[in-house]
Design a protein around this ligand. Structure first.
Ligand code: NAD
Ligand code: 2HG
Length: 526
C-alpha cells in the first residue's frame, strides 16, 4: 500500500479520504532535516503553510509522486524542483477564499474599532471608553490590491457596508471590475486615495516589498493597511517606522516575512497595529474544504487519475480532462511508437490535432504525446508534469498544429518525429468503444490495435514477400498474433504490421532487412 505523510495539522476529513488508498502517517512539527530523512519512504506529502518543502527535501524524496498543499499559496514548496522531478503539486484554490476574505474584513473592523486592545484592556480590569473611540468604514474608500478570488469577495462585502471601492489589478478587465462596482486605478492613485488598503495578491518578485517606505509616504495620514495575503509584500521595518512616526494610522497583519513572527518592531507598537498568527484560512469550514479538496486529489493521483488543481501541470481543467481521458492513452501510445520508429535522437516532434480534437482544449494531448515519445529514454521518470521540461532539456522542438477537417474518425492525432536517423509519422484514433487504433504509419493507411510487441516493415508490394517474412519468423519460433498490410498503390511501396506474442529475438531484424523487397524493418515494444 502507498504511504502518505501529513506534516501539518489537517482536518480528519482529509485523513479519512487518504486512508482509503494509503497508510497515513501524521507527523507534526518535523524539523527540515527530520523531514529530509524520512521523506524517501513516502509516495505523497500533505502540508499546510507550516512545512517548507525545499529542493533538498525533494531530492531526498525518491518515491514522492504528489505534494498536496491544503490551502492556496504554494510558496512554501519549491515547485520548480518538484516539476523537474515529475512530482505533481496540487493545492486548493478556493477552499479557504471566504475564510481569508472574512479575516481581512474582520481585521479592518478590528482596527477601526480597536477591538483587540479594548478587549485586552477590559480583561485587565479597566473601563476606558475614551481611548478606544473608533472610526466608521461607511463611505470610506477601500483600496483592494489584487481583485482575484479573495479580493472580489472582500469587494462584495465592503460594497454592502457602504464603502467606495478602488482596486489595482493589472490582470483584471475594466468590465469585470465594473460588474463588481469597483473602479480600477493604478497603484499610485490607490495608495493616495484609500482610507483602507487591503492586499490580496501573491508574493512574487514583483510584489515583494511592494509596500515600502516610498509607498507608505504616499498614503493618507489616516490610512490603514491590511495584509492577509503573504508576508514580505509589506516591508515590515518600513511599516513599523511609518506607524511609529504617525505617517499612517494603522496596520493589521496576518502574515509575515518570517513565520512564526520572531522579534519585530511591530510587537512594540500599541493599538495602531493588530497582529494575528496566519489565521486567514483557520475556520472550521475552510479547513474541512481544503483537507477534502487536497486529499481527494492525492487519492486520485494514487489511483492513477489526474489531479484537478495541479499547479505545475498546464491548464488541466477537470471537465476537459474527463473528455480527453480516452485520447490521452492514444497520444502516449503514438508518441512512444513514433519515438521508437524514429530511433536515435529526435529533434522535432510535430503533433497535429485533427477533426474534433483541433481545439485549444486538446493541448494536454500534446503533453501526452511528448510523454510517450520520451518513455523509452526516461521510463517512469517522465510524466505529465515534467514532459515539457524534459523535451526542452533534450533540445526537442515541439510543434503543435491543428486541422479541423474531419478524416475517417471524428477526432484523430497525427505525430511526426524527425531525428538524426530520418522522419517517421503515425496516425491514430479511437473506435466508438474507446479502443485505440493505429490508422496510419509513414503515411500508409493501416488499421491495427497497438500490441505490446510489434514488427513493422516497409517493402515493395510484390507476391511472396509476406510468406517469406512469415516463414522467417516461424523459423525463429516467433508466434504471430495478427498481421496487416497497408499500401497506397498496387505494386508500389507498402507497410506490413505484425503483432507478435514475444519480443523479437536478437539478430532477426537484420535477417528481415535482407529479404529481397524489404526496404526497412522496425520492431517496437509498447
Ligand atoms: N492569510 C491566509 O491564511 C491566506 C489564505 C488564503 C489565501 N491567502 C493568500 O491570499 C492571496 C490571494 O489569494 P486569491 O485566492 O485571491 O488569489 P487569486 O489568484 O484568485 O488572486 C490574486 C490576484 O492578484 C492579482 N495580481 C497578481 N499580481 C499582481 C500585482 N503585481 N499587482 C496587482 N495584482 C496582482 C491577480 O491578477 C489576481 O487577480 C494569495 O497570496 C494567497 O496565498 C492567504
Ligand atoms: O495553511 C494555512 O492555514 C494557511 C493557508 C493560506 O496561507 C493559503 O495560502 O491558503
Amino acid at each position: 500500500m502507498s504511504k502518505v505523510l501529513v506534516s501539518d495539522s489537517i482536518d480528519q476529513a482529509g485523513i479519512d479520504i487518504l486512508s482509503q488508498v494509503a497508510n497515513v502517517d501524521v507527523k507534526l512539527g518535523l524539523k527540515p532535516e527530520e523531514l529530509q530523512q524520512i521523506i524517501g519512504e513516502y509516495d505523497a506529502l500533505m502540508i499546510r503553510s507550516g512545512t517548507r518543502v525545499t529542493e533538498e527535501v525533494i531530492e531526498a524524496a525518491a518515491n514522492l509522486k504528489i505534494i498536496g498543499r491544503a490551502g492556496v499559496g504554494v510558496d512554501n514548496v519549491d515547485v520548480p524542483a518538484a516539476t523537474r522531478r515529475g512530482i505533481v503539486v496540487v493545492n486548493s484554490p478556493e477552499g479557504n477564499t471566504i475564510a481569508a476574505a472574512e479575516h481581512a474584513l474582520a481585521m479592518m473592523m478590528a482596527m477601526s474599532r480597536n477591538i483587540a486592545d479594548a478587549n485586552a484592556s477590559v480583561k485587565k480590569g479597566e473601563w476606558n471608553r475614551k481611548t478606544f473611540v473608533g472610526t466608521e468604514v461607511y463611505k470610506k474608500t477601500l483600496g483592494i490590491v489584487g481583485l482575484g478570488k479573495i479580493g472580489s469577495h472582500v469587494a462584495g462585502v465592503a460594497k454592502a457596508m457602504g464603502m467606495k471601492l478602488l482596486a489595482f489589478d493589472p490582470f483584471i478587465s475594466n468590465e469585470r471590475a465594473e460588474q463588481m462596482g469597483v473602479q480600477l486605478v493604478d497603484m499610485d492613485l490607490l495608495v493616495k486615495q484609500a482610507d483602507y488598503i487591503t492586499l490580496h495578491i501573491p508574493k512574487t518578485p514583483e510584489t515583494a516589498h511592494l509596500i515600502n517606505t516610498e509607498m507608505l509616504a504616499k498614503m493618507k495620514p489616516n490610512a490603514r493597511i491590511i495584509n492577509c495575503a503573504r508576508g514580505g509584500i509589506i516591508d515590515e521595518e518600513a511599516l513599523a517606522v511609518a506607524l511609529k512616526e504617525g505617517k499612517i494610522k494603522g496596520a493589521a497583519l496576518d502574515v509575515y516575512e518570517s513565520e512564526p513572527l520572531g522579534e519585530s518592531p511591530l510587537k512594540a507598537l500599541g493599538k495602531e497595529v493588530v497582529l494575528t498568527p496566519h489565521l486567514g484560512a483557520s475556520t472550521t469550514e475552510a479547513q474541512v474544504n481544503v483537507a477534502i479538496d487536497v486529499a481527494e486529489q492525492i487519492r486520485d493521483v494514487m489511483l492513477g487519475l489526474p489531479a484537478r488543481s495541479a499547479v505545475n501541470i498546464p491548464g488541466l481543467n477537470p471537465n476537459v480532462l474527463e473528455e480527453l481521458k480516452p485520447y490521452m492513452q492514444l497520444a502516449e501510445t503514438l508518441g512512444n511508437l513514433v519515438g521508437q520508429l524514429a530511433g536515435g535522437r529526435v529533434e522535432t516532434l510535430k503533433v497535429t490535432l485533427q477533426g474534433e480534437l483541433a481545439t485549444n482544449k486538446s493541448q494536454p494531448l500534446v503533453i501526452a504525446s511528448i510523454k510517450g515519445l520520451l518513455y523509452q529514454a526516461l521510463r517512469e521518470r517522465v510524466n505529465y508534469v515534467n514532459a515539457n521540461i524534459e523535451a526542452k532539456e533534450r533540445g526537442i522542438r515541439v510543434i503543435e498544429t491543428r486541422d479541423d477537417s474531419v478524416k475517417d474518425y471524428a477526432g484523430s492525432l497525427h505525430l511526426e518525429a524527425t531525428g538524426n536517423l530520418g522522419t517517421h509519422d503515425v496516425t491514430g484514433a479511437l473506435l466508438g468503444d474507446g479502443e485505440i487504433r493505429i490508422t496510419g504509419l509513414d503515411s500508409f493507411p493501416i488499421n491495427v490495435p497497438p500490441n505490446r510487441y510489434m514488427l513493422f516493415t516497409v517493402h515493395r508490394d510484390m507476391p511472396g514477400i509476406i510468406g517469406k517474412i512469415g516463414s522467417l519468423l516461424g523459423s525463429f519460433n516467433v508466434n504471430i498474433a495478427s498481421m496487416q498490410v497497408g499500401r497506397k498503390i498496387v505494386r508500389g511501396d507498402a507497410v506490413m504490421v505484425i503483432s507478435i506474442d514475444d519480443p523479437l529475438p536478437d539478430g532477426i531484424l537484420n535477417e528481415i532487412t535482407k529479404v529481397p523487397g524489404i526496404r526497412d524493418a522496425y520492431t517496437v515494444t509498447l
